[in-house]
Design a protein around this ligand. Structure first.
Ligand SMILES: *[C@@H]1O[C@H](CO)[C@@H](O)[C@H](O)[C@H]1NC(C)=O
Ligand SMILES: *[C@@H]1O[C@H](CO)[C@@H](O)[C@H](O)[C@H]1NC(C)=O
Length: 209
C-alpha cells in the first residue's frame, strides 16, 4: 500500500511540476495555426522581445477616416493561448466605423480622448443600445452583435480596444452585402433595395454581379 502511494505521489509530483514549468507558450509562427492556437516555440529561443509589441501606435487612416493598429497573435506571438488581443484606435472628426460583427470576440472600448457615439443592436429584439462616450468611459460590445462607432466630437477621438480572441474575425455589413460577387437581382430581392440603389452600393463597395 505504501509502495503504491509512493508511486502515486511521484506521479502527481511529476505531472504538477510539468504543468508549472510551462510559464508561457510563445507562438511558433512557422507552423500553421489551428483552432487550438499555435504550438509553442522552443523555450530556448524565447527572448523578452516576444513579450513586447513595439508598434502600438496610430497607423494610416483608411477610407472611413480611422486608423486601427491591432496587436494580434500573428504579429505578437506571446498572445498565443491567452484569449485576448488589443488595438490602438484613432478616428478623425466625423469619421465612422461602419456596422460590423466579430463572430468570435467580445469587444471592450476604453476611451482615451474625444467623443464617440458607439453602440450595438441586440439579436433577440433588435434593440439599439447606443451611448456617447468619452475619456473615463468603457463600453462592452457583446460577441457576434452588429455594432458601430462615430466620432461626434471636435477633433480626433482615440481609444484602446480589447478583444476576447487572439485574432478576432471581422465582417463589415455593407462590404458583405455589396462588396460581393452575388448576382444583383438576388441582392435586390434579399435586401428589398431597388436596382439603382444596389448598383450604386455595388460600385461603392467594389462588388460585381
Ligand atoms: C478625414 O478627416 C480629416 C481630418 O478631420 C478631414 O480633413 C477629411 O476631410 C476627412 N476625410 C473624409 C473622407 O471624411
Ligand atoms: C464632448 O462632449 C462634451 C459634452 O457635450 C463637450 O463638453 C466636449 O467639449 C466634447 N469634446 C469634444 C472633444 O468634442
Amino acid at each position: 500500500m505504501m509502495f503504491r502511494n509512493f508511486f502515486l505521489f511521484a506521479f502527481l509530483l511529476s505531472t504538477t511540476s510539468h504543468v508549472s514549468a510551462i510559464d508561457f507558450c510563445i507562438a511558433d509562427l512557422k507552423v500553421a495555426r489551428t483552432p487550438a492556437g499555435y504550438p509553442c516555440k522552443s523555450p530556448a529561443t524565447v527572448t523578452v522581445d516576444d513579450f513586447v509589441f513595439s508598434n502600438y501606435l496610430p497607423g494610416k487612416n483608411n477610407i472611413f477616416n480611422f486608423s486601427f493598429t491591432l496587436a494580434y497573435v500573428d504579429i505578437f506571438p506571446s498572445l498565443n493561448g491567452l484569449g485576448f488581443s488589443m488595438a490602438r484606435f484613432d478616428i478623425e472628426e466625423g469619421g465612422v466605423v461602419p456596422m460590423h460583427t466579430h463572430a468570435d470576440a467580445d469587444e471592450v472600448i476604453i476611451m482615451l480622448q474625444g467623443n464617440l457615439t458607439a453602440g450595438f443592436i441586440s439579436s433577440d429584439s433588435n434593440t439599439a443600445f447606443v451611448k456617447t462616450i468619452s475619456e473615463g468611459n468603457i463600453i462592452v460590445l457583446p460577441k457576434g452583435l452588429l455594432h458601430f462607432a462615430l466620432n461626434v466630437g471636435k477633433g480626433k477621438a482615440s481609444a484602446n480596444v480589447i478583444y476576447s480572441s487572439v485574432k478576432p474575425s471581422v465582417q463589415l455589413f455593407d462590404v458583405a452585402l455589396f462588396g460581393n460577387n452575388l448576382d444583383s437581382a438576388i441582392v435586390e430581392k434579399t435586401t428589398f433595395l431597388d436596382h439603382a440603389q444596389v448598383q450604386k452600393l455595388k460600385g461603392q463597395f467594389k462588388g460585381s454581379g
